[in-house]
Design a protein around this ligand. Structure first.
Ligand SMILES: [Zn+2]
Length: 286
């Protein structure tokens, strides 16, 4: 599953290679990739044809394109394996290419998705808190890389939750874009175990935690952002760019980079949590 930095890398690629171009035609070759567009493939293609792409936007892990006629956005779900590739229109098709949008400059935006969990759908733009966002994104909070992210408001929203801090970090309606990897890495930096109660953490600690989240994502982005410069926009998902720099995630039994204690893996919400048992003591059961 791509996390926020990987999605931002894709967004930047689209901003560079697709924004400002006009879509000549759209061809859908796998119906599953447009299943979220309830009016069907022909409707999607007809409504996108002739539109000029005006922006590539992102909130959390949600990605969308806007058009010059303004009312609808194209929401792109990357799912587990979705890729947005920009290739010369006559270049051989990649395996698992399910949607093609031919642009007026001779290139083609291709949606390639081996596992077909992702897809494209048009959705109306609605205004939330002064910013237009597609309807399916309306309930998603701003992410820490958003220039209008309000750290103090996020601290208050977190402290209002009588729930484990890691669960709250993953709650996209509180802050968006924090996935499993970045939650674990950020909690390690501030030496907090993910099962501590959010409402029991102090404001200074939560400010520090949010700053850690922002820093970890910024570092991942700095690494990922250098990996594409060709007309090739890629998503690597969680085994991607940042792997070598991870402190705890995926490092079970390896030494903590701070104190040397073996990193512990625990089950959490059908996934895994990684932490240092010495730096991040587990709270006692109540
Ligand atoms: Zn440690």
């Amino acid at each position: 599953m791509p996390e926020l930095p990987e999605v931002e890398v894709v967004r930047r690629g689209l901003a560079e290679h697709v924004v400002g171009r006009t879509i000549e035609s759209v061809t859908v070759t796998h119906p599953r990739s447009v299943r979220r567009h309830l009016e069907g493939a022909a409707d999607l293609a007809a409504r996108m044809a002739g539109q000029r792409v005006t922006a590539a936007e992102r909130r959390g892990k949600y990605l969308w394109l806007t058009f010059d006629d303004g009312d609808d956005a194209l929401v792109v779900h990357l799912g587990m394996s979705g890729q947005m590739l920009v290739r010369p229109a006559d270049a051989p098709l990649e395996k698992h290419t399910h949607i093609k949008a031919t642009l007026h400059d001779g290139t083609q935006l291709r949606f390639v998705d081996q596992r077909t969990f992702g897809g494209w759908a048009l959705a109306p733009l609605v205004e939330v808190d002064g910013t237009p966002v597609p309807e399916p994104v309306a309930h998603i909070a701003r992410d820490p890389l958003d220039p209008r992210f309000d750290r103090e408001a996020a601290v208050d929203a977190i402290r209002a939750k009588r729930s484990e801090i890691k669960r709250v970090l993953l709650d996209q309606s509180v802050i968006s874009g924090v996935g499993n990897i970045y939650a674990d890495e950020s909690l390690w930096r501030v030496r907090i175990h993910g099962s501590r109660l959010a409402s029991g953490l102090t404001k200074p600690v939560l400010r520090e935690l949010l700053d850690a989240v922002t820093a970890v994502m910024g570092e991942a982005l700095a690494v990922g952002g250098t990996s594409f410069d060709a007309l090739y926009v890629d998503v690597n998902g969680e085994s991607g760019y940042f792997e070598r720099a991870l402190a705890v995630y995926g490092r079970e039994d390896e030494p903590c980079r701070r104190c040397g204690a073996p990193v512990v893996r625990e089950r959490f919400m059908n996934r895994s949590s990684y932490s240092c048992p010495r730096c991040q003591p587990k709270p006692r059961r109540r």
